[in-house]
Write a protein that binds this ligand. Structure first.
Ligand code: ATP
Length: 739
């Protein structure tokens, strides 16, 4: 103690120093000690860190996803004592995969009233900026999740004491393997957001192809075709560079007709809602292990540049899905029938509605301008974007629409939308298969469906549109549901197809063919993948990956399994009660879901259900018609009132102008003629007393009259015309003279 005192004494001064100097000495001492401490600590941490290898994984790249999944399964990660909870994360995989630290309401009792209810999973993840120590293959890893200051994106940093980075490589490879093993059962769904970025939205279980009920041949054809495409993409030098054209077997080969070589990239699925378009795409994505990138063209923010940016950011090997293709040019944000679908809609609006007044015209112009700001997707913009997808590394382009007739013919050019598949309401055959798929059976093997499948026509290649050029055919419509109307073609060779809908320019679809020559797909863009944490893109989710499927699976457990023969009998009974192509598959599925534990009742009550649905439709139709009529009348009434108001306003304005002019004239000159002159009124006609009266009054007022006439002669230069009418009244017309 004495030694310490003797050491400090000279620094703080002896008892004789002033207190001020003592204080300063203390400050200097404190500063020196603190600096020394900091230097020691920083030197120590540098020293320690020099033994660490650190890897950073940014959320903008795939390894981040792999690691997040890997981490979510580590007990050390789960033992963290500080958590964030989230139901949605921008991180694919994490939180939506069955991570050990996530929980959902699957344990809750099923809500009978909401069969299609989407289950929410809550994820616990350690808060960012905390360091976790995880033991991995003989090494202690220090893992920290943090946010970059400049971009705000998340980063995982993994540090380990090691001589080289092989342990980190092993870690990444293992995380990747686990991620991919998980991905085998799932597909990732990305939505476009308004910033031109792909935002991961969902991870869904694959949907088995067998759960899609379409008339035979369609699924198989599509699957074979897409597989061929991907195979050829792999086998060939990926023809993604500008100017290259690439070929693959046409859909025709699936049906053993001469295989023309085609540039074929786009699949257009069109038809009534709830007929399985999205479900089929979902199932194909699962089968081919591809993720889905969805753009809803009815989104208000879609425009040429956003679409081009988005297409440039689509990675290789995926499905690009353009939802609501018909809405592309309609400036409509709804999927209902309100959209005109007319590519010229904009022009029409401008030309047909002639503004009646300045006010209404400017209002309309303002409105149009606002719309233009919101959505300026042009046909050429869309086509460019499609060509961008077409150019490329295993990307399959799918488009869906409920309104084929609204599409522009340019969309059907080769390399854009080459295979068109129509989806109709459920046929009897589909109803039967749906029933059999829906309810569980004790028989392991599929019981062949009763009924003659021969009556269902398989898709065939359409006859060559131009004589003798079999290799130029690129397009046909495989009527997914209309086959039964046409006799089968045993060989699968060209057979009469059901009449094809006409395109807007009057050509039937199958005639829209052309050779592949000259196709120059745009060069493949960089494969940047971007996820922005923004909700805007999610507000326009027209595409809903079929949510009911899980419920169907669950339904299988809620009904007692039936033996094959009973199931077949009930399915037949059900199909007999369902009218052909009147109800969508989704509607039938909804009915079955309601009866998921009562297959017998589902079959027996189907006819009654059909009647009740018809009555409901009828009622809704009447209500809609009444509402539309009322709205129409109200619109007309409003229009009338508006016109009346505009008329009154115009009249008022005219009078005000006349009045203003009169006043102005009064100020400059005086007298009626000047006023008449100023406001360009017609000559003033004044009645005068008949001659006799005049004579009588002349005597009395002669002096005045003389004065007046003198005044008139002096002041005015008008000419007076006297006219006597049938009643004997004399009118004097005063007309401006020319003195
Ligand atoms: N052909 C089908 N096979 C199996 N399930 C179907 C079929 N059609 C419809 N469904 C069921 O109906 C629901 C809606 O189907 P989906 O979304 O695929 O229809 P869609 O034709 O894409 O409709 P929209 O045009 O409105 O997008 C899904 O749950 C799906 O399971």
């Amino acid at each position: 103690m004495d030694a310490l005192r003797s050491l400090v004494q000279p620094l703080v001064g002896g008892g004789g120093g002033s207190s001020m100097i003592d204080g300063m000495k203390l400050v200097v001492l404190g500063g020196t000690v603190e600096t020394a401490r900091r230097m020691a600590s920083s030197g120590w941490s540098h020293f320690i860190n020099s033994f660490f290898l650190t890897a950073h994984f940014s959320e903008e790249d795939y390894p981040y996803d792999w690691l997040m999944l890997w981490l979510s399964r580590r007990p050390e990660w789960q033992r963290s004592r500080e958590f964030e909870t989230t139901t949605r994360t921008s991180t694919p995989g994490f939180g939506t995969r069955i991570a050990d630290n996530s929980f959902g309401d699957e344990d809750e009792e099923e809500d009978e009233g909401a069969p299609g209810r989407v289950k929410t999973r809550v994820v616990f993840q350690p808060t960012s900026n905390t360091t976790h120590t995880i033991y991995y293959r003989g090494h202690w890893l220090r893992v920290k999740r943090w946010r970059k200051g400049d971009t705000g994106s998340e980063v995982i940093s993994v540090s380990v004491v090691a001589r080289n980075n092989s342990i980190l490589k092993q870690l990444v490879l293992q995380a990747k393997k686990e991620y991919e093993a998980e991905a085998v059962h799932r597909i990732q769904i990305y939505f476009a957001d308004c910033h031109g970025c792909w935002r991961w939205t969902d991870s869904r279980h694959k949907r088995p192809m067998s759960s899609i009920v379409l008339n035979p041949g369609v699924k198989e054809m599509l699957l074979a075709d897409t597989k061929d495409f991907l195979k050829s993409e792999k086998a060939s030098d990926v023809p993604s560079r500008k100017g290259d054209s690439y070929t693959r077997l046409s859909t025709a080969t699936a049906f053993s007709v001469s295989p023309p070589e085609l540039v074929l990239t786009g699949y257009l699925l069109y038809g009534v809602p709830g007929s399985g378009k999205s479900s089929l795409i979902h199932a194909i994505a699962g089968e081919l292990m591809l993720d889905i990138y969805v753009v809803s063209l009815s989104s208000s923010w879609i425009n040429d540049s956003t679409l081009t940016t988005l297409m440039g950011r689509v990675p290789a090997r995926c499905i690009v899905l353009l939802e609501d293709l018909d809405a592309a040019f309609t400036r409509s944000t709804s999927r209902d029938g309100n959209a005109t679908g007319n590519p010229e809609g904009k022009t029409e609006e401008k030309t047909t509605e002639q503004p009646t007044t300045t006010t209404s015209s400017s209002r309309r112009t303002r409105k149009t301008e606002q719309l233009s700001d919101v959505n300026t997707l042009s046909l050429s913009g869309l086509l460019n974007a499609l060509d961008g997808v077409a150019a490329s590394e295993g990307r399959l382009l799918f488009a869906t629409t409920n309104h084929l007739e609204r599409l522009d013919p340019a969309l059907s050019r080769p390399g854009r939308m080459d295979v068109w598949i129509e989806f109709k309401n459920a046929s009897k055959w589909q109803a039967e298969l749906l029933f059999r798929n829906f309810f569980p059976s004790t028989d392991e093997d599929d019981v062949p469906i009763e009924g003659d499948l021969d009556s269902i026509e398989l898709p065939t290649t359409p006859p060559s549109p131009s004589a003798g050029s079999s290799s130029s055919s690129t397009l046909f419509s495989s009527m997914a549901s209309a086959f039964s109307s046409v006799p089968a073609s045993p060989s699968g060779s060209a057979s009469p197809l059901s009449p094809l809908p006409s395109m807007p320019d009057g050509l039937p679809m199958r005639e829209r063919t052309s050779s592949t020559a000259g196709q120059s797909p745009r060069s493949g863009k960089d494969k940047a993948r971007s996820r922005t944490v923004s909700d805007v893109g999610l507000q326009n989710q027209a595409y809903q990956p079929p949510p009911v499927e899980d419920e169907i699976m669950e339904a299988k457990h809620s009904a007692k399994p039936l033996d094959g023969a009973t199931l077949a009998k009930l399915a037949k009974q059900f199909a007999d009660a369902i009218p052909n192509e009147e109800f969508s598959v989704a509607a039938l599925q909804g009915y079955l879901l309601k009866n998921k534990s009562r297959p017998e009742a589902a079959a027996q009550e189907a006819a009654a259900w059909v009647e009740s649905e018809r009555a409901l439709r009828e009622r809704l139709k009447k209500e809609r018609e009444a509402r539309e009529l009322k709205e129409k009348l109200e619109r007309e009434q409003r229009k009338k009132e508006l016109l009346q108001k505009e008329k009154e306003a115009a009249e008022l304005k005219r009078l005000e102008e006349a009045e203003a002019a009169r006043k102005a004239a009064e100020q400059t000159t005086s007298g009626p003629v000047a006023v008449a002159q100023a406001i360009e009124l017609p000559p003033i006609t004044l009645p005068v007393a008949p001659e006799t009266d005049k004579e009588n009054t002349t005597a009395d007022n002669s002096a005045d009259d003389d004065d007046a006439s003198t005044d008139d002669e002096d002041d005015c230069s008008e000419v007076q015309q006297r006219i006597t009418d049938a009643n004997g009244t004399t009118w004097v017309s005063i007309v401006e003279g020319s003195t």
